[in-house]
Design a protein around this ligand. Structure first.
Ligand SMILES: C[S@@+](CC[C@H](N)C(=O)[O-])C[C@H]1O[C@@H](n2cnc3c(N)ncnc32)[C@H](O)[C@@H]1O
Length: 264
């Protein structure tokens, strides 16, 4: 004990195990990305039920024309079971079947078509993954973000590169944000009396639209985001999309709303 602090020393074997896990940790998000791209959670959730399925049953759903290696898929599912995405049932004949945990269910589109899967897939597109090995460069030179250093453009610019990237980013934001927005609107009533509301970094405008649907006193919504980001934004009643850079200035309103998710 030194200066009132207790030093907790892990047994060395535990420490080595922790390092082993860290050395292979990349296998977890990359495996999850693979099953999301194959739409495995949807296959298990078919018909609105969490039906335990074997790897070969899953393959027959996600690849109706055949093909694919069930044994390797099972390896991936077992790995993700240890990270609470799937639950494994082992039957007496040795067959392993997989269903979804609550985390796994959050990766299936809900009744509104919203899913957290898009957020995960969007963050694991190749250009982002390839920027991570440069994370240490940000210590050497903090003036250029690793993504920009590698690709010559900012990460947000990549999101708006083409229609596919754009719609994946919109889906990523709404899939993650709208469930939080619903809860926020159930518990927060600070929009009463507001007539003009500005959402800074509002993305597609979907959150602002949700607020305005609940508060008809908001007559004018301004969805403010980077010009390319709003270029394909859908039209919502009462909402004007305004392009600009929040680091320079933001439009005026009775209230300003800003919501972001934290990341590195
Ligand atoms: C993490 S997203 C959050 C989107 C939305 N507020 C939500 O919670 O779903 C951040 C948003 O801020 C926008 N943004 C980033 N830098 C900005 C800037 N300098 N000026 C305006 N918008 C910006 C991005 O284009 C993106 O739509």
């Amino acid at each position: 004990m030194e200066n009132g602090k207790v030093a907790v020393v892990k047994p060395q074997s535990e420490a080595r195990l922790a390092i082993l896990e860290l050395a292979h940790i990349m296998s977890v998000p990359t495996s999850l990305n693979a099953v999301l791209k194959m739409k495995v959670p949807e296959a298990i959730w078919q018909g609105g039920k969490n039906t335990p399925l074997s790897a070969s049953q899953i393959l027959s759903i996600v690849r109706p024309n055949g093909g694919g290696d069930a044994e390797n898929l099972q390896r991936i599912l077992r790995l993700l079971t240890t990270y609470t995405i799937f639950v494994e049932d082992l039957s007496s004949n040795g067959e392993r079947k997989y269903s979804l945990t609550d985390v796994g269910k959050a990766l299936v589109p809900d009744d509104h078509g919203l899913t957290c899967a898009s957020f995960f897939v969007q963050h694991h597109q190749d250009p982002y993954l390839r920027a991570w090995p440069l994370v240490g460069d940000a210590v050497e030179d903090p003036t250029v973000e690793p993504f920009e250093k590698l690709h010559g453009e900012a990460a947000y610019a990549y999101c708006t590169k083409g229609p596919e990237e754009m719609s994946l980013f919109y889906a990523s934001m709404s899939g993650m944000s709208l469930p939080y927005m619903r809860e926020m609107l159930e518990n927060y009533d600070g929009f009463k009396g507001v007539e003009t509301l500005v959402d800074v970094g509002g993305n597609s405008g979907v959150s602002l639209n949700m607020i305005m649907n609940k508060y008809p006193n908001i007559l004018k919504g301004i969805n403010f985001d980077l010009p390319d980001m709003i270029s394909s934004a859908p039209q919502y009643p009462g909402i004007t999309h305004v392009g600009g850079d929040a680091l320079e200035s933001v439009p005026a309103g009775d209230a300003i709303f800003i919501k972001v998710s934290l990341s590195l």
